[in-house]
Design a binder for this molecule. Structure first.
Ligand SMILES: Cc1cc2nc3c(=O)[nH]c(=O)nc-3n(C[C@H](O)[C@H](O)[C@H](O)COP(=O)(O)O)c2cc1C
Length: 185
């Protein structure tokens, strides 16, 4: 089972990335293979000028094609997903998430933009023709803690529980489906 994790934060120190790292660990413990692409892995000019032919985009498209499941995580910026996430997604094929199970995650400064998950991120995922979209998790900054000298990164129990429920649903949906490798064999 091949899982691609996509991180849409432009920040190097990122709470969204903490949710993704936790999710990747959870999935690897269940035997999945994981690969992470952050928006910051792609050169800025490639995103700005939509350079479809750049080698990094060829690799991203290949990794998306090979994935059985995708976890897409973004901070809320101005009540929606980030611009860099959209710039990255714009470089994928029109039906890039076809036959895939997708789990959306969002972090935000407060609970005020909770509906951004349903009205912003999920429609974007649906536009790429995802086969199945898991309900998703929205968490606020107060619930995700950066590591410090004494502690590793920490996620509040409530968010951890919701994330775990979503990961279970994601994993089960993937187990019901043939893998991408089997589908092309
Ligand atoms: C430019 C910008 C716009 C933001 N807009 C919103 C917003 O509309 N609503 C909200 O709740 N939080 C907003 N935030 C807060 C971020 O969503 C929040 O801090 C998030 O956890 C950052 O994720 P990251 O650490 O992965 O970058 C904004 C932050 C920035 C920098």
């Amino acid at each position: 089972m091949q899982i691609l994790l996509i991180g849409g934060s432009p920040a190097q120190r990122s709470r969204t990335q903490i949710l993704l790292d936790h999710s990747a660990d959870w999935l690897r413990h269940r035997g999945a293979q994981t690969l992470t692409w952050r928006a910051t892995d792609i050169p800025a000019e490639v995103l700005l000028h939509a350079q479809f032919a750049h080698p990094s985009i060829a690799q991203l498209r290949e990794d998306v094609a090979q994935a059985d499941g995708i976890i897409i995580a973004t901070p809320v910026y101005k009540a929606a997903y980030t611009g860099v996430l959209k710039a990255m997604i714009d470089l994928l094929p029109e039906r890039g998430f076809e036959h895939k199970v997708v789990l959306p995650l969002m972090t935000a400064g407060s609970a005020n933009h909770l509906l951004a998950l349903d009205f912003s991120l999920k429609p974007l995922v649906a536009a790429l023709k995802a086969e199945e979209i898991i309900s998703g998790v929205y968490a606020s900054d107060q619930q995700i803690h950066y590591p410090d000298a004494d502690h590793p990164a920490r996620i509040d129990e409530d968010v951890k529980r919701r994330l775990q429920d979503n990961l279970e649903a994601f994993h089960q949906a993937l187990q019901r489906r043939p893998s991408q490798q089997q589908a092309v064999a």
